[in-house]
Design a protein. Structure first.
Length: 292
């Protein structure tokens, strides 16, 4: 069966959300509408809608004009088994001692690696993106340098792959938070699938805005694989929430944004330990100064 997509871009999250709500009222009705930030620092958001029948091109043109968005691009979507396609294309990922894989590759887990199971249908934050891979490599390097544990949090956890990596090798409970309740549900499902129930606590929170994180601070390690804007906004909270001598691993940073993020975190009490580039993305490992 042929289905259809209608895609556009628009500046800002609130305008994108309003446009998505308007698209939902169209006839024929879309089977789904999503709003996604384009991770290039441009401020653009994508509004993606999907239809079982060919959408009303005229109505979409009117909506894009009214909301000051780019014209919608309408495309046919061929009938595919998308989960099988993702399973074929998402090969297992090795990041130091960690091995990230889908259930379809369970027979490929090396005996000398720490396995992290992420199902293919939950393909964001699987380790294939340069930001997640960079964080896993940075964590592996921190362990090699002697980091032995303490309080750990994963802010903007997505699938919770970073929180699970910490829980696999460190003795203490790990906190994983995300602003998106659906992401937190996915994270909890992955935690259970990896046998880590009771070792990773998944909570809904915007940044540090939850008593669970506030009560647990200061942390010895915080992962924050989000985007430059939120990272900059969180810098003062990071400075207050990380113990002296503790570390942050930051990603979701385009290479050209890395210096600005580094400078802002230095202003909030951190020193740069390591910077690692993978394609377009930089991961920063920074340490909270042990004294002023």
């Amino acid at each position: 069966m042929t289905t259809y997509s209608a895609l556009t871009t628009i500046m800002g999250e609130d305008p994108a959300t309003r446009l998505a709500e308007a698209v939902e009222e169209l006839t024929p009705e879309p089977t789904g509408v999503g709003v996604f930030e384009i991770e290039d620092g441009s401020g653009l958001w994508e509004v993606a809608s999907y239809f079982m029948d060919y959408p009303d091109a005229g109505a979409l043109a009117v909506l894009s004009a009214l909301h000051h968005a780019k014209p919608f691009t309408i495309s046919e979507i061929p009938d595919q088994d998308w989960v099988s396609k993702v399973q074929r294309e998402l090969a297992p990922v090795e990041a130091g001692r960690f091995f990230v894989y889908g259930g379809h590759d369970a027979d490929k887990v090396p005996a000398d690696r720490i396995p992290l199971l992420i199902e293919a249908a939950m393909a964001f934050g699987t380790g294939h993106h340069g930001t997640t891979l960079g964080c896993l490599r940075a964590f592996d390097a921190l362990l090699e340098a002697g980091f032995a544990g303490g309080k750990v949090a994963d802010i903007g956890c997505g699938t919770a792959v970073l929180a699970m990596a910490a829980a696999k090798v460190l003795p203490d409970m790990v906190l994983a938070s995300d602003i998106d309740p659906v992401a937190v549900e996915v994270a909890a499902a992955n935690v259970a699938a990896n046998g880590l129930t009771g070792r990773v606590d998944c909570v809904v929170a915007a940044g540090f805005d939850t008593p669970v994180l506030a009560d647990a601070a200061p942390f010895d390690l915080i992962f924050a694989n989000i985007l430059k804007g939120p990272l900059v906004g969180l810098a003062p909270d990071m400075g207050r929430s990380v113990a002296r001598g503790g570390h942050v691993i930051l990603s979701g940073i385009l290479n050209e944004q890395a210096q600005e993020v580094t400078d802002i975190y230095r202003q909030n009490g951190f020193n740069l330990v390591k910077s690692d580039m993978i394609v377009d993305w930089t991961t920063l490992t920074m340490c909270k100064k042990s004294h002023e």
